[in-house]
Design a protein around this ligand. Structure first.
Ligand code: MOS
Length: 764
């Protein structure tokens, strides 16, 4: 059912070396590797068990770590008895605040260029407790089982202090405006409240979304070893260079003394950054003088790794009789800990989704004593589009306008709150194509009117949207051998999304080499660049760096080719990579193979390293990925059970690099969105701040029986202002999905549920 059509990236302006832009000018003449369905090159290794994950590195004298956690939200450790744990079989040592080495707090994510810490608290440095679930002791033993058992023997008593673990109480104590990306999460254009009172039709409703915990299939883990003052960390990471720099700051050593690798990651979703476990593992390794493997249990991830914070959102929309929006209000409160950097920024999508005369957008933060919250797939947009897109559905229903049409009607011609032109926005096409394919015309606009036996059936839709980012810090090294093999190296990440495969395709196409002549090295902090696999921007970062390095490589090759070459006199921007060599763009008959150029120059290999150009495209354009999401839901009239029977995502995300891995990313995002819509909820005991369902038995994520066949299509229209014509696709799938589900449930039942997850009790 993968209906993405192959790329047709021809006829674009040939400014090949501009600000990271533009498809390969020779794309028409090649096999067209980019865009095709190449299977993941790491796939065979994974299914054969040959891919070594963070917790699988073997070290001489390896010890195993287990943690004990606090059971109060705030206060002091009064007594800490580790004698039974120390006497248990196989125990090497027990580390607590009493014997841990001195360390600085982690540099908090986003507060410095390479900061990666999920919190900035002292780590096992004193008797203070800051959240319920904070690690208070680490046991090292000869086996994991011995460590796990001994950690259960650690006995602590606590002196609790007054804490804020109740959201109402936190709000009562006062809120402040959230900050994100260097600015306040607050925006007012015109007088939206006044406009709302003057329009003929309006909606003003409250939406809420719960706390969510990260559940990557691979729990967080690291294998750690010291060699003198040099620290080696085999991590599961989406930020290897950031992690290395941050650990060097924690331990007071030079950045060059920390080496972080992360060749395989079993899912990240924003959580595979630096948390206390890597620091504790390294500290314990230092103390024991032995390598350490620290693997968080599933419960450990819930206790120590932050998730998505809860939100309470007000969305008010005012429109004229034709459905044109006059006022958009999106305000509300999120919970946040004292020690973290992310107030769930639920207004981000609303800033650019629709045209309107007046806007009032505001995220306020209520502080709580709890685990630091953090990034989770489309932080902001995933839950913000739930409020916005449900409200728009309510407005459409009130006006008697088709929900697809009201979105198209309010399509802006430039960014509605920033005024910048769109680099590439073809969402109307995505809506039309999607509606056609989904059979939207068959939807009955009257809620509760389609029934098959016990099942009420409805259709709903919503817009998905996520920004294009490209962070500075991209750099790549290309090593080209005379035999026509190219190795690209970049400190990037493969978390299962297909990065290594897609960028092997990009490199092979750019250099004019077959795919099996390209290797892509990544996941190692010693490689060039400081790239984050986050914000759906890694591909753009990598691509810009590869294009820059390719340009440098061609420049060197032309110098080596000299006057004896058919390419003599050509500038780097006048040649392309084709059939294992360089070719003149203006005359494909003028060419010379890499082997020939390097052979005449007496070179076996050429190594180039280049930085990506700064992301100037972001200054000039408003850039986003878009999706038109369609859902068919069946709700059991007797039990209230909701089943999703069909889902379609119709995407406008620029040029697609690999149809197979892209389809998987889209589907994965949508599946996570189905979880957000129907089941995910961290149960937080508001009396003491304890997470009560720290396991996949009690915290539900979609299983196979919850997921229908998901159809994904895309328009594949290249953005002329991005490195490969591509936009990010890692996070777009989860945006809009929950609203599409809730809107389908409304169409099926006539019941409007504004509080996620949409469990059956809310439909009875
Ligand atoms: Mo994503 S939440 O930027 O890994």
């Amino acid at each position: 059912s993968n209906a993405g059509h192959p790329g047709t990236a021809v006829g674009l302006a040939a400014n090949q070396w501009g600000q990271g832009d533009n498809p390969d000018p020779l794309i028409r003449h090649k096999h067209g590797l980019v865009g095709t369905s190449v299977s993941r090159i790491d796939g065979p290794l994974k299914v054969q068990g040959k891919a070594t994950f963070a917790a699988e590195f073997v070290k001489e004298g390896l010890t195993y770590a287990a943690l004990a956690f606090s059971t109060i939200a705030k206060g002091r450790i009064e007594t800490l008895d580790t004698s039974a744990a120390e006497a248990a079989p196989g125990v090497v040592l027990v580390m607590t605040y009493k014997n841990a080495p001195r360390m600085k707090p982690m540099p908090l994510f986003m507060t410095a260029e390479k900061a990666a810490g999920g919190d900035n608290l002292p780590i096992m440095q004193d008797d203070r407790v800051h959240w319920n679930g904070q690690p208070i002791a680490l046991v090292l033993a000869e086996t994991q089982e011995q460590a796990d058992f001994a950690s259960s023997l650690v006995h602590a008593t606590f002196k609790a202090e007054p804490s804020v673990t109740n959201f109402k109480e936190a709000k009562r104590r006062g809120t402040k405006t959230g900050e994100f990306g260097g600015g306040p999460l607050k925006l007012e254009i015109g007088d939206a409240e006044a406009a709302l009172t003057q329009v003929p039709v309006s909606i003003d409703a409250q939406y809420s979304t719960p706390r969510h915990s990260h559940n990557a299939i691979e729990p967080h883990a690291a294998t750690v070893a010291w060699d003198g003052d040099a620290l080696l960390v085999h991590d599961a990471s989406q930020a290897v260079v950031h992690t290395a720099w941050s650990l060097s700051s924690v331990f007071g050593i030079d950045e060059s003394q920390v080496h972080v690798t992360s060749p395989y990651v079993g899912g990240g979703f924003g959580s595979k950054t630096l948390w206390q476990h890597q620091v504790l593992g390294a500290a314990a390794s230092k103390l024991a003088g032995r390598p350490v493997r620290i693997t968080l249990s599933r419960e450990g991830v819930y206790r120590m790794v932050g998730g998505r914070s809860q939100t309470e959102q007000r969305v008010a929309l005012g429109a004229d009789k034709d459905g044109r929006l006059k006022a958009i209000i999106h305000t509300g409160v999120v919970a946040m800990s004292h020690q973290n950097a992310l107030p769930e920024p639920f207004i981000l999508a609303t800033r650019g989704a629709y045209a309107a005369d007046a806007f009032k957008l505001h995220v306020e933060v209520a502080q709580m004593d709890m685990l630091a919250n953090t990034f989770m797939r489309a932080p902001g947009e995933a839950v913000g589009t739930f409020g916005l897109e449900c409200a728009l559905d309510e407005l459409a229903d009130k006006l008697g306008i088709d929900p697809v049409e009201i979105r198209i009607l309010n399509e802006p011609d430039k960014h509605p709150t920033e005024g910048k032109p769109f680099s590439s926005r073809n969402i109307v096409e995505a809506w039309r194509t999607g509606a056609q394919r989904f059979g939207w015309a068959k939807r009955n606009a009257k809620p509760g009117s389609v029934r098959q036996g016990e099942w009420l059936i409805g259709m709903g839709c919503a817009t998905g949207t996520y920004p294009y980012y490209r962070m500075p810090g991209g750099a790549a090294r290309i090593t080209l051998r005379k035999d026509g093999h190219a190795r690209v190296e970049i400190a990037a990440h493969e978390m299962g999304m297909g990065t290594a495969t897609a960028h092997s395709q990009v490199t092979a196409d750019r250099l004019g080499l077959p795919l099996d002549q390209v290797t892509f090295g990544y996941g190692d902090s010693k490689m060039p660049g400081a790239v984050l696999a986050g914000g759906s921007q890694q591909s753009a970062s990598i691509g810009a760096a590869i294009v820059a390095a390719q340009h440098a490589l061609f420049a060197q090759l032309l110098i080596l080719a000299g006057n004896a070459s058919p390419l003599a006199g050509l500038r780097p921007e006048e040649v392309g990579g084709f059939n294992g060599g360089l070719v003149a763009l203006a005359d494909l008959a003028r060419s010379e193979s890499y082997a020939s150029i390097m052979g005449r120059a007496g070179r076996d290999e050429i190594v180039v390293q280049e930085d990506a150009p700064p992301p100037m495209e972001l200054q000039n354009w408003s850039m986003h990925s878009y999706g038109a999401m369609f859902c068919e839901a069946r709700v059991n009239a007797v039990t209230g059970e909701t089943r999703i029977s069909r889902f379609l995502g119709s995407f406008d995300c620029g040029r697609i690099l690999n149809a197979k891995t892209a389809a998987s990313q889209f589907r994965g995002g949508i599946i996570m969105g189905l979880g957000l819509a129907l089941m995910e909820e961290t149960q937080f005991d508001e009396r003491n701040g304890r997470i009560m369902n720290p396991s996949l038995a009690e915290y539900h994520v979609p299983a196979h029986m919850d997921v229908p066949e998901i159809d994904v299509i895309w328009n594949d229209i290249p953005d002329p202002h991005t490195p490969m014509g591509a936009h990010g696709i890692g996070e777009i799938g989860i945006t809009g999905t929950a609203a599409a589900v809730a809107n389908a449930v409304f169409n099926a039942t006539g019941k409007r549920v504004r509080d996620l997850p949409l469990t059956l009790d809310k439909l009875m």
